[in-house]
Design a protein around this ligand. Structure first.
Ligand code: SF4
Ligand code: SF4
Length: 66
């Protein structure tokens, strides 16, 4: 299944998220968004099913449907 969510690195600001934790990652029910350490920029793995539940969780609107 193709990945349909795109993370815009220019908009992502992990330092502005609570304790540096990606809010979109927390929202994703299948943990398709990875963040190796707090305050680091997350990245998308291959599991994303396009459910879009993460889109509204990012305060920087860094995620969009690709
Ligand atoms: S994608 Fe959004 S929610 Fe996740 S770390 Fe970046 S700014 Fe925060
Ligand atoms: S679209 Fe759904 S599966 Fe994909 S990263 Fe967002 S919440 Fe997770």
């Amino acid at each position: 299944m193709p990945q349909v969510i795109v993370l815009d690195p220019a908009r992502c600001r992990p330092g502005l998220c609570p304790q540096g934790r990606c809010q979109a990652r927390r929202r994703c029910p299948i943990k398709a968004i990875y963040q190796e350490a707090t305050y680091e920029r997350p990245f998308l793995g291959g599991l994303c099913n396009g459910c879009a539940k993460c889109l509204g969780a990012c305060p920087q609107r860094a995620l969009r449907l690709g």
